[in-house]
Design a protein around this ligand. Structure first.
Ligand code: MN
Length: 254
């Protein structure tokens, strides 16, 4: 099994290294990852600058390629340039921090997996729900087994898996829940500061707020120490509202 591994935390992040070590046990793992952190870059791609692949060595041996671009750039380059033929699976992560609810839209981690799906490759995004003192060992081992499951079952066309793993010891994880994308979102606040030269600048900060989170929601599962797996697709059409909008009878004559 040929596995393309990427992330949005950058090639030097410990999360991707943990995954690399586990996935090498079940196949050939190739890293193509951003050279710098790209968290919250979403599905951006680079059009106006040259993209450069750089060989990265770790502990004296070849580790992977870094790219001066976004996670989506990495998947495109990985699948179309590094591999002579598309890899069997694309895995993005392990992200430091959850990707739940509305945050999925901003996520570089999820967008990398979405890109794999657009290219027709089974893909998943893996996130560890903590911002500090991460222990990636269980999440990496779980991903390894899930990877084998995906290979066995395959994924429907256009569908990726968004996996969020609670950052608690293994014996406190209650199980796996198949969820839907919830409504949790970041309540943005801009902190106003002054730089050393007296100029005002702003820094986006805030906290996650949860509203109307029902039992099916991704965030609810993770809070209750379940691993959340959400099948996502990139068709953004609001199907129930096509009919409603047709009812407007928008015409050129009006
Ligand atoms: Mn990240």
């Amino acid at each position: 099994m040929k596995i393309l591994l990427t992330n949005d935390d950058g090639i030097n992040a410990p999360g991707i290294y943990a995954l690399y070590r586990e996935l090498r046990k079940i196949g050939q793992a190739f890293i193509v990852a951003p050279e710098t952190e790209q968290s919250a870059i979403g599905h951006a791609i680079t059009l106006s600058n040259p993209l450069r692949l750089r060989e990265i060595y770790r502990d004296g041996s070849f580790y992977g390629y870094s790219v001066n671009g976004t996670p989506a750039d990495c998947v495109k380059l990985g699948a179309m340039v590094v591999f002579k033929e598309p890899p069997d699976i694309v895995i993005s992560g392990i992200n430091l921090g959850p990707n739940l609810g509305i945050d999925v839209i901003y996520s570089g981690t999820v967008s990398a997996a979405t890109e794999g799906t657009i290219l027709g490759i089974p893909s998943m995004a893996i996130s560890l729900a903590t911002r500090k003192e991460p222990d990636y060992s269980f999440a990496a081992a779980f991903t390894r087994e899930l990877c084998l499951k995906v290979k066995e079952k395959n994924l429907p066309a256009g569908t990726l898996l968004n996996v969020n793993i609670p950052a608690v010891p293994f014996d406190r994880i209650k199980g796996v829940k198949i969820t839907r994308q919830g409504k949790a979102r970041f309540k943005d606040t801009f902190e106003k500061r002054t730089d050393p030269r007296g100029n005002v600048y702003y820094w986006l900060t805030g906290e996650t707020i949860r509203e109307e989170e029902d039992d099916e929601a991704d965030g609810k599962a993770v809070i209750e120490n379940y691993i959340s797996i959400t099948p996502l697709h990139f068709d953004l059409t609001s199907y129930p509202n096509i009919c409603w909008l047709k009812g407007w009878n928008i015409s050129l004559k009006d």
